[in-house]
Write a protein that binds this ligand. Sequence first.
Ligand code: ZN
Ligand code: ZN
Length: 361
Amino acid sequence: MNDRIRKLVDQLCELQVDAFFVTDEVNVRYLTGFTGDSSSLVVSADAQTMLSDGRYKEQLDEECPGLAVEIKSPSEKPIDFCRKVLGGCGVQRIAIEADQMSVARLGELKQHLPAVQWVETSGVIGQHRMIKDAEEIEILRSAVRINERALESILAKLGPDWTEQEIAYELEATIRRLGATGFSFDPIIGAGPGGAKPHYRSGLEVIGDHPALLVDWGTNLGGYASDLTRSFHFGNPPSRFLSAYEAVLESQLAAIEAIRPGVVASEVDAAARNVLKKAGLDEYFVHGLGHGVGLQIHEMPRLSAVSDDVLAEGMVITVEPGVYFEGEFGIRIEDDVLVTESGHEVLSQMPKGLDDCRLIL
Ligand code: ZN
Ligand code: ZN
């Protein structure tokens, strides 16, 4: 039993269950190291068993040596396979991941395993995943580094005739060339008004047709996600752009300064929002301040005005205040920050000062 599974086993008593049925594929990966899909895991104090099918037999042997594996035969219905394995565990109360399992699947389980009491839980493994171990922090550090190197290399060759989509294409190619799997999410590359939509999709807009550019991009390395944003202006920015950029930067620095173990996430959000309020720009900051990153691009904790998550050592979070001027441009600055014992460490080092937002095409 590895440490991650042991931590879940230790919690079974508190959850008042005999076993935990892990069906979220990301959680299965976190607990076992298995990188495939369509597989689930039953964890009890006595046994841990992976439920999978023939496509993954060899991969499971390689990635999860020592883990008990049950393989569904092609002639077996998934629910019959589930009934055989779960029913054979001799457990009465089984925890399920209610925020992941569909109502239809739960109905089927209840129908075919009527003697089992299904206990709905939420975010149990998500809470464990919030605190990264040393190995995870190293991967995240590398994912950030590759992300930065990729954008730096694109900026060095960017021309006015490039489209948003070309930037995305070249960025992804560079990320892959640097050894990562690809993007950790569909990047947001917004020229002019596109950048004013916080979750814009990159399109065929030619960047030289607009004075401003926002790039929000992330690298997937070994399953782990980095997530950064930088905002630019071509040539000398007008004072309206510069003053908004300065306010967003000041707001981001104030939030980062507030990060340390024990602080409630909403206080960090407030630190950023207060700076934008003083600059008269808070109405343009239309989203939360940030989120945890790890095996998923958006995971716990949440940093927002309504989040009561408490920061703890080992969390890796984004800090990304932004202001958006509809039909004109958007400015967002995002970095990935590790919560340390004494405060914080900003994992990303890509320059973001007032001079760094100016791009010459
Ligand atoms: Zn982002
Ligand atoms: Zn983000």
